[in-house]
Design a protein around this ligand. Structure first.
Ligand SMILES: [Zn+2]
Length: 222
């Protein structure tokens, strides 16, 4: 008499043979919104809940986010969670893939600082049954979509869009206002350089900058 293979009985609720090899797809969750909207806090909350549920969690953040810790995700409210700092998507894969069998939940903070390849990686990971939770800014200081977060939102199972509080008028804020003179897309780690703003109080960078320069009597040509 043939003994049934208990392994396959446990994992094959469907009768067709092709379904036996199929992995239950994972899930992409995107937490987005402007700065000061609590994105990292929500990411940390979800990852800590996964840990309490005894899920094996691995977290990443881009190398240029040096505001608070080099080895942890930090929220503005000083919640932290251990994370690996990686330079780009390739470096993230190099750390994750050797231990992928042992990881069930993957957290990524400051997703807007990664390249578009992050979208493909997230899709690859859910095909392996992983839960991928990403937090990042949806728009730049100019109010434009901040790739690759819009693409991640499009392919996500769940999108949580948080608002901050406008630092001018107290209304719900959807924008990140950059203060000061830098025109670079990415400026990190300078306290006081950004404010959350509502649509009415938000001024795209060039306008704000022109005002500030005019105040100083410099003026700029457009
Ligand atoms: Zn406002």
């Amino acid at each position: 008499m043939l003994m049934p293979n208990t392994e396959s009985l446990l994992h094959a609720p469907v009768a067709t043979s092709s379904a036996q090899d199929r992995v239950t797809p994972g899930r992409i969750e995107v937490i987005t919104g402007p700065m000061f909207s609590g994105k990292s806090e929500e990411l940390i909350r979800r990852l800590k809940r996964a840990q309490i549920a005894r899920r094996r969690v691995m977290s990443f953040k881009p190398d240029l986010d040096v505001r608070y810790h080099r080895t942890a995700i930090a929220s503005h409210s000083s919640q932290t969670l251990e994370a690996r700092t990686v330079a780009n998507v390739e470096a993230l894969k190099a750390e994750l893939f050797p231990v992928l069998d042992e990881v069930e939940v993957i957290g990524v903070d400051e997703a807007q600082f990664f390249e578009p390849a992050l979208v493909g990686l997230a899709l690859e990971l859910i095909q392996m049954g992983k839960r991928v939770i990403l937090a990042g800014l949806d728009t730049t200081f100019a109010g434009e979509p901040f790739a690759p977060v819009p693409e991640l939102m499009a392919v996500a199972d769940e999108v949580v869009k948080l608002s901050a509080v406008c630092m001018r008028c107290g209304a719900p804020a959807v924008h990140t206002q950059r203060l000061g003179a830098s025109q670079a897309l990415v400026v990190v780690g300078a306290a006081g350089l950004y404010e959350a703003r509502c649509r009415a109080c938000f001024k795209p960078y060039a306008e704000e900058n022109a005002e500030q320069l005019e105040l100083k009597g410099i003026g700029i040509n457009h």
